[in-house]
Design a protein around this ligand. Structure first.
Ligand SMILES: *Cc1c(COP(=O)(O)O)cnc(C)c1O
Length: 436
């Protein structure tokens, strides 16, 4: 795979280079120069394949020139080791459950795949890296779980003390092995500032190989295409077109779907669903892209005022406004509408959704209302409802139980190193660790 920068002012790079660089030097985003078509025979017999086989076929078409088949197969089998079922909620409505991984959210796909891809290249070259992550909760837990035990990689997570939920804190601080948690006496912005400064510090970068696990990394995007093709495999026997509705924040998830569509998968439409942070729906209505400060909502993983994958979103849909609007519909919902949807679907269908999932459900409902489409609708469930236990319990008036994976963490002991917000203290700590 060759990748260009969406700002077009740096040379193309290989997949391996893009993975370790993360961002091109011109601050664009890496995009494949070409998205290969999968042969018709693949789509014709996809229902006979397993999830891992489908994932492997896509990965091989995209990056098979840089990783031999047997190695790539091993990476996929290890990274994609949990299910992504399309569960029928009612006629025309399927929920694609992406929360069966270790952190109970779809970001597990990206984090697990990226960690194994990085380890593969690092081991080949006998190199090691240190990943620094600043988190306000969710990203950190997916990265911690996804990179746990990864060869040649150590991960340092900075989180703001007292600012993440108790359960999230357990997910960050109880894993051990190659994962270290630093509890920063400050807010998320302090954590982010420390990480940014570390990347710019000459002495630190000479002493250790620093890297990030940024959500815009191309190795997180690739695996987010796997489950769209797997949905097609699951629903193909019904012989209906498919509409995907994706609850979106930074728009990485939906870009995964657009990659497989561009590889030849039939899709009737993509529906974007957001909360009050409606920058992209507003763009789809007006043609103007106006980033704004983010607004806090109950679907907080989508509280993004400047969606970072927007240039990829445009690139995958033909760049021009008229082409984009042919392929994508934008919708947005208030917290009140989201709460009503959670309650209604729970009471009528016995299906419990997290707030993000409920936003996607609403987008699909309105797409059907507006178009009268008879397609099968798939709304993506990006997190398990118990990850948002407090809000969801209040909405349905009943305690949501923690799944075993999370309940078990509560019993483990937190291990975190307290640290201030001054850069010198953080740097000293990292330098000492590099020497040890
Ligand atoms: C990250 C996240 C989203 C948004 O995904 P993007 O790829 O940023 O659009 C939606 N729901 C949940 C639960 C998330 O964690």
């Amino acid at each position: 795979m060759q990748l260009y920068s969406t700002k077009h002012s740096v040379p193309n790079v290989s997949f391996e280079e893009a993975v370790f660089k993360g961002l091109p030097a011109d601050n664009g985003l890496y995009m494949p120069t070409e998205i290969p078509q999968l042969p018709q025979s693949f789509w014709d017999s996809i229902e006979e394949k397993t999830f891992q086989e489908v994932a492997f076929a896509i990965a091989e078409a995209l990056i098979g020139d840089e990783i031999p088949s047997a190695d790539l197969k091993e990476i996929i089998d290890d990274a994609v080791n949990f299910e992504a079922p399309a569960v029928k909620v009612k006629e025309q409505y399927y929920c694609l459950e992406l929360f069966h991984g270790p952190s109970l959210a779809f970001k597990d796909f990206g984090a697990r795949f990226m960690s194994r891809i990085m380890s593969y290249f690092l081991k080949k070259e006998g190199r090691e890296i240190n990943i620094l992550v600043a988190t306000s909760g969710d990203t950190g837990s997916a990265v911690a779980q996804g990179f746990l035990g990864a060869d040649n990689i150590s991960v340092t997570i900075l989180y703001p003390s007292g600012k993440v939920s108790p359960n999230q804190e357990k997910q960050l601080t109880t894993l051990g092995q190659n994962i270290t948690a630093l509890e920063i006496d400050g807010v998320f912005d302090d954590c982010q500032a420390l990480v940014k400064q570390a990347f710019l510090d000459k002495e630190l970068n000479e002493a250790m190989n620093l890297s990030s696990a940024n959500s815009i990394n191309i190795a997180r995007l690739v695996p987010q295409s796997f489950y769209y093709a797997w949905t097609y495999a699951q629903l193909k026997k019904e012989g209906k077109p498919i509409v995907f509705c994706v609850p979106s924040g930074n728009f990485g998830n939906i870009c995964g779907g657009m990659i497989v569509r561009n590889m030849g998968m039939p899709v009737e439409k993509f529906v974007v669903a957001t909360n009050a942070n409606d920058i992209v729906p507003a763009y789809l209505e007006t043609g103007e892209f106006n980033p704004k400060p983010s607004i806090a909502t109950i679907s907080n993983a989508m509280d993004v005022g400047n969606p970072s994958n927007f240039p990829r979103f445009l690139a995958l849909n033909g760049e021009e406004y008229s082409k984009v609007t042919e392929q994508v519909l934008g919708t947005r919902y208030t917290d009140e509408e989201t709460k009503v949807a959670i309650k209604e679907v729970y009471e009528k269908e016995g299906y419990l959704m997290c707030p993000h999932t409920a936003v996607a459900y609403l987008g699909l409902r309105d797409y059907f209302k507006e178009t009268g489409s008879q397609a099968n609708g798939v709304f993506l469930s990006t997190a398990h409802p118990a990850k948002f236990q407090e809000v969801v319990s209040e909405i349905i008036g009943k305690e949501v139980e923690l799944p075993e994976k999370l309940a078990e963490l509560d019993k483990r002991e937190k291990v975190a190193l307290p640290m201030g917000t001054d850069f010198e203290g953080f740097k000293k700590y990292l330098l000492e660790r590099a020497k040890a």
